[in-house]
Design a protein around this ligand. Structure first.
Ligand code: ZN
Length: 326
């Protein structure tokens, strides 16, 4: 499953509890569009690529001191395609090793990130004495973008409309699998994805909207009974899930600290049932004891509910029937 970047998770949660400033709003929109684009690409790959292909989505690799984040990898036989996805809008020209947009030169080379990733993978395969070809593919997912490549470059550059025919082309390649362990070699170098550097200011933290946010209408007009949280919009949520979900929202916003009871109490606001919060923390979150021994916290994965409890979704689904409990 392709996941939202940590920055996108942070902005979406923050946007429900405070007024995003202009820069944050722009970033949120850009990341949301980008995520939709990436999901579209995933769907295209799924529907057009028919042969025996290994797909790795969204991976961060470290080789020696170099860290690269890769949107998508396709392993087709003996060839590894590294796909870098952009959702840029407008007319782009690459000429004399310089990118231009609307007649103006861009300060950076859009291909740099991709080229770094290609080099890293080439080095990894070399180190493992594997004769694998690594090819870079730059994909412009925005249908409103025009790309003109005047230089002779080794990377493949695709616009949205060109993706299906490129994928169909891949199907024709001979699929002799020379290194069945290719994926596991790459995964040896995987590291955790970057967390956002965004943080709330003290003032923003103080004025943050408190309480349980309704997952349907995103308002805070919820009330709790024994087993569920009921919103004025009519939506009902199992209370255990609503509490665990709200704890993870706190975790995303304050991803740089442990989960602490004091902060959580403040975050839940006046309707908090403290004993229930403690019960949920104990049941679903991992306690960590700091060296000072007196202060207890809980592990903060800094992820939204669906990702935090990725492996427990079946369990939480089974709790749904509690909504009928009296
Ligand atoms: Zn609601």
């Amino acid at each position: 499953m392709r996941k939202k970047s940590h920055e996108l998770q942070w902005l979406e949660i923050a946007g429900k509890r405070k007024q995003l400033d202009e820069e944050e709003q722009r970033a949120l929109l850009r990341l949301q569009r980008g995520f939709l684009g990436e999901q579209q690409m995933d769907k295209l790959v799924e529907s057009f690529l028919l042969g025996k292909v290994t797909i790795i989505d969204d991976i961060t690799l470290q080789y020696q001191s170099v860290i690269v984040q890769i949107d998508k990898i396709l392993i087709v036989g003996n060839i590894v395609y590294i796909i870098d996805m952009k959702f840029y809008q407008g007319n782009y020209i690459l000429q004399n090793n310089s990118w231009q947009r609307g007649g103006k030169k861009l300060p950076t080379n859009i291909l740099d990130q991709l080229r770094r990733a290609v080099r890293v993978l080439e080095n990894i395969f070399k180190e493992h004495q594997m004769d694998v070809q690594v090819r870079g593919v730059l994909v412009f997912l925005n249908p409103d973008s025009n790309i003109e490549i005047k230089d002779n470059i080794s990377e493949r550059v695709l616009t949205f409309n060109e993706i299906p025919s490129w994928l169909l082309e891949l199907n024709k390649q001979a699929l002799e699998e020379r290194y069945p362990h290719l994926q596991s070699v790459l995964l040896q170098y995987q590291i955790e994805a970057f967390r956002t550097k965004r943080q709330l200011t003290l003032d923003e933290e103080k004025h943050l909207q408190k309480g349980i946010c309704c997952p349907r209408c995103h308002q805070f007009k919820t009330r709790q009974n024994k087993h569920k949280v009921i919103c004025s919009c009519g939506h009902e949520e199992v209370k255990a899930i609503a509490y665990a979900r709200t704890i993870t929202e706190y975790g995303v916003l304050f991803h740089d600290r442990e989960l602490r009871l004091k902060g959580l109490k403040n975050f839940f606001g006046k309707d908090l049932q403290e004993a229930y919060l403690k019960y949920i923390l104990h049941k679903y979150f991992i306690a960590i004891q700091s060296t000072t021994k007196k202060r207890f916290g809980h592990e903060n994965k800094g992820l939204i509910f669906d990702y935090w409890f990725e492996d427990d979704m079946e369990y939480f689904k089974r709790l749904e029937h509690r909504k009928t409990w009296k």
